[in-house]
Design a protein around this ligand. Sequence first.
Ligand SMILES: [Zn+2]
Length: 371
Amino acid sequence: MIYPRYQRMEIRGSGTSVPTLVAGIKKTIFFAYSTKYVSENLQAVRNKIVVFNDVAANESDWKLVENAGACAILLRAAVSFSIYSIFERAGGYSGKPAVNIPVAYVTNEDVDLMGRLITSGKMSSCTALIIFFRSHEVSYFPGGKVRLCINLQQILTNSVSRNVVGELEGMEKSDEIVIISGHADTWDLSQGAQDDGIGLMLSYEVSKVLQKLQLVPKRTIRTVFWTGDEFGVFGAKHYVKRNQAELPKISSALIADAGCFKPSGFTFGGTVEYGCIISEILKLLKNGINATVQRSAFKELASDTDPFFHKGIPVAIMDGDTKKNKYYFYHHTPADTMSVVNSRKLDKCLALYATTAYVIADMKNMMPKVI
Ligand SMILES: [Zn+2]
């Protein structure tokens, strides 16, 4: 389902790099975790594209791998804060190529991705990276007009997609359900790590954590990965339409779809009483997380919870960056990658999500319906 993986990368040639052939270069990667790692494994760079992870790698390191038979070099962007920031500079100030193999910069996120794939063994020695670029590209037109050419084509058509559902079956009232969810689609520009990969993983991990703790609530906890959220909440709408008879048995629907930050609580849609119950649950985590709850000022919460809310089911969205200051650094952009997911904050999100889902599923009564 997830391999082979195709990843478009931003790439810029170093200012003095020699060009590739017109057809580009297609070779396997040698991932240089550090310059020390390169010197200890120099025989392995032959006929490979060397990806330097260390931003301090300099021209003498380039020469070293060139002499050992490397066919191109990719470098980490030298930026202090990257939101998929692409970068370029000359290799030295001589105006001449520092080495006679192509040298280019890629974003820190893509270097991190390649490092993770190679470390986890997902990127094997037969994996190829294709690069091609030309040096001396003209980008300056003195006295000329600015001209723009746009060519947009509709190349995608509708196709069948499905929600993914899993359950931790309740002990006493297994026909009553608490939904925990995230959405499985994202916009094409981004990898969708924050929107909404973490929502999927949190929803998946809730049941695993509860199983590990040997906690089985009275009601069933149903994990759902919604499809088609971004284009129109299609998966959740379809679910509600197809499962009308089951709706009275859904106690509450939760979603994590607001990025990975230190969790601040929930925005909920439902009665004041429902808000009070969630607020009491959050008090259980006062020392570790100190989260709060707020009622949505809008009739719609703008996510996969909406179709449930309109059927009278109380819903809640986990919050982090409430003012969305930082979320919109990344949201729906190429910057939404694994590099902006902080594992400590993710752990806290999981603690909040799992506790809330468990307590709602284990309470004596179902949550009060929206009036
Ligand atoms: Zn989303």
